[in-house]
Design a protein around this ligand. Structure first.
Ligand code: AHR
Length: 498
């Protein structure tokens, strides 16, 4: 098969907001306890955080981490996690039916974030709590000093404010499973008033309003419209969540599921702009895709677990090569919508539906999805170029006209590079790829790599070093034309210097 593409240095779709490579750490399962935090582990630092885990996370170059949930946040009292650790209460945690020890709270997590070289995207509880708890938490985190909560922060050891810039107004408030689930009107009003109060405390923050938990929710569309009608003037982003499953075990259909992500984004953009038009507003609401990933491998095991353990192994999906290819398609889709998607959080980061896994007292290891995320996050910085791609298409059980190739091109002016990411969805055909790049004096291939040649069900669970990015020697440049071959079922990165 053959695919052709054309781009020009001057036709830029959007600047990439680095926060598109965000991730997520929730107080859920072994994400925090026995994940990032294991005080008795040989690699733990004086705070109890595993340095070997931080080292691997640093390879992902994650600029933003959402915290502390997720469903967890809708029953969380942030005050439980500050002050002397020995005085903190143990609580029944209702979202995941576990016991929360509160050993790790706000100050500990902020220290971890510093070590992991990332910013925090903090969620407030709009399930069991509301305006008061949110504005107090913000005062605690961001106000310099001289008030009850800012002085309490100083007393608890943080002289300087945390200055957290990105905040989520609750989590998945449209979901009947959510503690404190609300109708769109109830949530819209609460979010509006909470946002108003929070921006009075600190008008430099950016706020994310909850959109739908998935595009399959019965309230999808109505929900977005209603909550935006209420809160439009006070918020900056609307959230989207999406988890992929392959219970049907159909690779062609599964790899096409990123098409649904694209449709979801474009639908939500249309709703944001419809509300903008109705209000006659000059302000644009952008998107925060603050939960996305594959999540299905662990569902059966989790449904059989007994409640009330501390750090039970929940949502420990063991990913395979097929999942890595779909995550690659997801990254490309987010980049190709970078004009409106400014934040995205791969859910999650450690142990819970995660690229990074830990063994208690043992190793840290990388799942297959680690590799496309790592390359995109490290090399997909700069501007997305408009790419005119022609590729054959296929039909699967759910999707029509799916292009065999999913691709994007990035202009990195700091490094004088054009970076192409591509997934070949074909299960048996190589793809000869030819791109014309206009506007560059001279081009040369710096690096061409692939994640390919693996069985689609291959995992790294018992073979931690068993999946690797390898060179792809087929790429060459002739004047403005770049040609090479993508193997069947492959994730690819081509870096070109100009
Ligand atoms: O990421 C796991 C869970 O998925 C989150 O807690 C929730 O927001 C979503 O349903």
């Amino acid at each position: 098969m053959k695919a052709t593409a054309k781009l020009s240095k001057d036709t830029v779709l959007a600047d990439i907001d680095a926060r598109i490579y965000g991730s997520f750490v929730e107080h859920l399962g072994r994400a925090v306890y026995d994940g990032i935090y294991e005080p008795n582990h040989p690699s733990a630092n004086e705070l109890g955080f595993r340095e070997d885990v931080i080292e691997v996370i640093n390879e992902l170059n994650v600029p933003l981490v959402r915290y502390p949930g997720g469903n967890f946040v809708s029953g969380y009292n942030w005050e439980d996690g500050v002050g002397p650790v020995e005085d903190r209460p143990k609580r029944l945690e209702l979202a995941w039916r576990s016991v929360e020890t509160n050993e790790v709270g706000l100050h500990e997590f902020m220290k971890w974030a510093e070590l992991a070289k990332t910013e925090v995207n903090m969620a407030v509880n709009l399930g069991t709590r509301g305006i008061d708890a949110a504005r107090n938490l913000l005062e605690y985190c961001n106000h310099p000093e001289g008030t009850y909560y800012s002085d309490l922060r100083k007393q608890n050891g943080a002289e300087e404010p945390f200055n957290i810039k990105t905040w989520c107004l609750g989590n998945e408030m449209d979901g009947p499973w959510q503690i404190g689930h609300k109708t769109a009107d109830e949530y819209g009003r609460l979010a509006e008033e909470t946002a108003k109060a929070m921006k009075l405390v600190d008008d430099t923050i950016e706020l994310v309003l909850c959109g739908s938990s998935s595009s399959k929710m019965p309230t999808f569309g109505e929900w977005e419209y209603t909550v935006l009608e209420h809160a439009y003037e006070y918020v900056d982003f609307l959230s989207l969540h999406l988890y992929w499953e392959n219970f049907e075990n159909d690779t062609a259909n599964y790899l096409a599921k990123s098409v649904e992500m694209d449709k979801f984004i474009k639908g939500v953009v249309a709703i944001c702009d419809a509300v903008k038009a109705k209000k006659g507003s000059d302000k644009q609401i952008n998107l925060s895709f603050d939960e996305w990933n594959v999540w299905y491998h662990s569902k059966d095991a989790d449904s059989k677990r007994e409640p009330w353990d501390i750090a039970p192994p929940l949502l420990e999906d063991i990913y395979n090569f097929e999942d890595a290819l779909l995550v690659g398609c997801g990254l490309i889709t987010l980049l190709n919508n970078a004009d409106r998607v400014k934040i995205a959080c791969l859910a999650q980061l450690v142990n819970v539906i995660a690229p990074v896994m830990t063994i208690k007292d043992g190793e840290v290891w990388k799942q297959p999805i680690f590799y496309p995320f790592m390359q995109a996050s490290n090399y997909g910085r700069g501007k997305v170029l408009r790419l005119d791609v022609k590729s054959d298409t296929y039909d699967s059980i759910e999707y029509k006209n799916v292009p065999f190739i999913e691709t994007t091109a990035i202009l990195n002016e700091e490094n004088n590079e054009v970076v192409i990411f591509a997934v070949n969805r074909s299960q048996d055909q190589e793809m000869n790829f030819e791109t014309i790049l206009d506007g560059f004096d001279k081009l040369e291939v710096v690096e061409a790599t692939e994640l390919a040649d693996y069985d689609i069900k291959k995992t790294t669970e018992n073979d931690h070093d068993g999946m690797n990015i390898k060179p792809n020697d087929s790429f060459s440049v002739n004047n403005a034309k770049v040609t090479g071959t993508f193997k069947p079922l492959s994730w690819n990165m081509i870096r070109l210097a100009y």
